[in-house]
Design a protein around this ligand. Structure first.
Ligand code: NAD
Ligand code: AKB
Length: 318
């Protein structure tokens, strides 16, 4: 369980994961003990729930000042450029994804922070990795700049742990599906957009082919996985690069069929674009037996349960 004396900084708190993770952390640590920060403005869902500072993770000096001024003991670093946006601007993606992480790891070392969380992604895997039940340790040859930056980042985390004793922990998230805040430029974003379009337009143009299977996870499972990993005893953490975790695996055709169970006149068309190539380079499903063994990971949502929950919550929102 969390130590109440901890003070947490979330960097990238206005993003798809950041909003929900900040709210979950505030429940555990108390509102005033979780400082949300982002380059962009505070997400409306965070307003009034706790402290917010405007912060650029690339500005190491300012980040350091905030960590000292706010007595921060843990950092959750979520600021990154995701796969599809990364391919449009590879230099920027590499720069932000690497330097942002190195800034945080350096400050964690200097200030002896209790813990750091940094997410990796299934994007570390490439076309030469096994497609089905992709193991924790296998051939890893990513072909996107995003995947390359995540794989390098995993080894920086391992390095700072081995060399300087920084307690940094990480999960290779699958594509995440949520209704609270919008996704930020990934290849798996179709699986979020499809629900809103189904409710609003009763049709969706999918940028991936109908039989493109990818590893996916519902946001409540992702938040729970993150907190369970972060609260696990250090002695049980055998992976200091990043853990495979699995939620579900489905194709655009299958998610469309699950929506048609609720909205029978919903239709889907397929117009694959450049994101198809990225999706084709990733595994279809993930083996997470080490996360299960080390810290008891078990997902709670499958496609049917997630679709029912997504549609219900999006209807309430509209
Ligand atoms: P997102 O794009 O929705 O959010 C990222 C946030 O970081 C944004 O609010 C953005 O304004 C902020 N940011 C960007 N540059 C910044 C800077 N220089 N300083 C401070 N903040 C900055 O991304 P997300 O989906 O919430 O992803 C969070 C993390 O999880 C990323 O590392 C991502 O690679 C990883 N991840 C996400 C998914 C997914 O499906 N969402 C899957 C695997 C891994
Ligand atoms: C993306 O599609 O880029 C992300 C991810 C799987 O890392 N959702």
């Amino acid at each position: 369980m969390p130590a109440r004396k901890d003070k947490v900084l979330v960097i990238g708190a206005s993003g798809q994961i950041g909003v929900e993770l900040t709210l979950a952390l505030r429940k555990q640590y108390g509102n005033n003990n979780v400082v949300a920060s982002d380059l962009r403005e505070e997400n409306p869902l965070l307003k009034g729930t706790g402290p917010y500072v405007s912060l650029d993770v690339m500005n190491k000096e300012m980040l350091h000042v905030q960590v000292i001024r706010q007595n921060i003991t843990q950092i959750y670093l979520l600021a990154a450029i995701l796969s599809a946006t990364g391919e449009k601007n590879p230099n920027l993606a590499w720069h932000l994804n690497m330097q942002g992480l190195l800034n945080v790891l350096d400050i964690a070392r200097e200030e002896k922070l209790h813990k750091v969380y940094w997410p990796s992604s299934i994007a570390v895997f490439g076309p030469t990795s096994p497609k089905v039940n992709c193991p924790q340790k296998t051939v890893i040859e990513p072909t996107t700049v995003y995947g390359i930056s995540k794989y390098a980042g995993e080894f920086w985390c391992n390095y700072y742990h081995q060399r300087f004793g920084v307690d940094v922990r990480s999960i290779r998230y699958p594509g995440l599906i949520s209704y609270k805040s919008a996704p930020g430029g990934g290849t798996t974003d179709y699986a979020v957009e499809i629900y809103a379009e189904a409710l609003e337009q009763k049709k969706y143009n999918c940028f991936l082919k109908e039989d493109t299977y990818l590893p996916m996870m519902y946001m409540p499972d992702a938040i729970r996985a993150t907190l369970e990993l972060m609260h696990a005893p250090a002695a049980s953490i055998s992976v200091r690069t990043s853990y495979n975790v699995s939620g579900m695996s489905f194709s655009p055709k299958e998610i469309a069929e699950s929506i048609q169970d609720h909205i029978p006149d919903f239709t889907i068309q397929y117009k694959p674009d450049s994101r198809q190539q990225i999706a084709d380079s990733w595994p279809q499903s993930i083996d997470d037996s080490i996360a299960q063994k080390d810290w008891g990971w078990k997902p709670q949502y499958d496609l049917i349960k997630m679709t029912a929950d997504m549609l219900e919550n999006l209807q309430v929102k509209s």
